[in-house]
Design a protein around this ligand. Structure first.
Ligand SMILES: [Mg+2]
Length: 331
């Protein structure tokens, strides 16, 4: 529903943004134009909190390493869905240690190993064909629609399966696979039986890991109780982190000083960006750059759909380019 005229918020100081398809395409670096716009924001003293299911490594090579070194100290990264939050020092280098790590505090070495064992079992049972991560167009060429071909990435505090050809099967496909794929929200989604089996195996092993639907076609295996909410709450409650970014609690005391950007706020079929909104006062504006249905958003939250010509990361770029003009006006 494109019902709002979305103008740049002049009062914003603290921007919390998803990465995949919000700032950059999946497994692809941000465009030079996007980097320029982000640098402008940072140079104005604004803080950018990137929060993603991806690894810190991925966010570094796709975004942070293109940003001017002297500006990086105003960026923090909540990676692996918030399992850890990292920052950058005065020289623009990644700090020696994260601000916190649930990976280190919640899991023993034994459990870390056992978790990998469960993933291996799932791959065997479902006869999944594993490919490394790559841009989606490349994956499409390589796999030619084979639903069992998936990208698997071990990100440390999170393991992700990208079920790109299997999240929206035709009604005939499940029969051929010899896997029971129930219809869920009108889709035959191979992730559903994988998820169910994973839950069982993880429970049997007593592992504090939950598999969740994420992005458009992913299953994230993440640490129990950890979500994008965890990371955002932790940061806004710790003045020591905020001051390392050059701001203080008092700077983000009113809801207009903060803003959330993402592309998946729907509560249907696994939007994880809503978990960012959930960590903040309901009045804080969350903008989705995907054409989502507003009736699927969290009730009572200020979630709005970007109403420009472009969508996803191109939509965000379009939004950023409306700055310094009188604001975006719809026809
Ligand atoms: Mg996203």
């Amino acid at each position: 529903m494109l019902s709002r005229n979305i103008k740049w918020n002049e009062k914003v100081k603290f921007i919390i943004s998803d990465v995949d398809e919000t700032i950059a395409d999946l497994y692809v670096e941000a465009s030079p134009e996007m980097i320029t716009e982000l640098e402008k924001l940072l140079a104005e003293g604004k803080v950018l909190f990137l929060i993603s299911g991806q690894s810190i490594k991925s966010i570094k090579w796709r975004i942070v390493e293109y940003i001017r070194k002297d500006l990086r100290k105003r960026i923090i990264v909540g990676h692996c869905s918030g399992a850890e939050v990292w920052g950058f020092d005065e020289q623009g280098e990644l700090r020696d240690a994260p601000f916190y790590s649930f990976y280190e505090t919640e899991l023993s070495e034994e459990q870390k190993k056992s978790w990998r064992g469960v993933i291996h079992e799932l791959v065997e049972e479902f006869k999944l064909k594993i490919l490394p991560t790559m841009p989606i167009s490349e994956f499409a060429k390589k796999t030619k629609g084979d639903p069992l071909s998936v990208m698997l990435e071990d990100r440390g505090p999170q393991i992700t399966l990208e079920v790109i050809n299997g999240y929206d099967l035709s009604p005939e496909q499940p029969e051929k696979l010899e896997i029971q794929v129930p219809q869920t929200h009108g889709h035959y989604d191979l992730r559903i039986p994988i998820l169910a089996r994973a839950e069982k195996l993880l429970e049997e092993k007593g592992l504090p890991i939950t598999p969740r639907l994420a992005g458009v076609f992913a299953i994230d295996f993440a640490i129990k109780g950890v979500s994008k909410t965890t990371a955002v709450k932790y940061v806004v409650e710790h003045d020591s982190i905020l001051s390392s970014l050059g701001i203080h609690k008092s700077d983000i005391g009113n809801s207009e000083s903060m803003e959330v950007w993402g592309d998946k706020f729907s509560v249907v079929r696994g939007g994880t960006d809503r978990h960012i909104s959930e960590a903040l006062p309901k009045e804080v504006r969350s903008i989705t750059f995907r054409e989502e249905k507003s009736e699927e958003f969290l009730e009572g939250y200020n979630t709005v759909v970007w109403n420009g010509k472009e969508h996803l990361h191109n939509g965000l770029l379009e939004f950023l380019k409306t700055r310094n003009s009188k604001g975006f006006a719809t026809k």
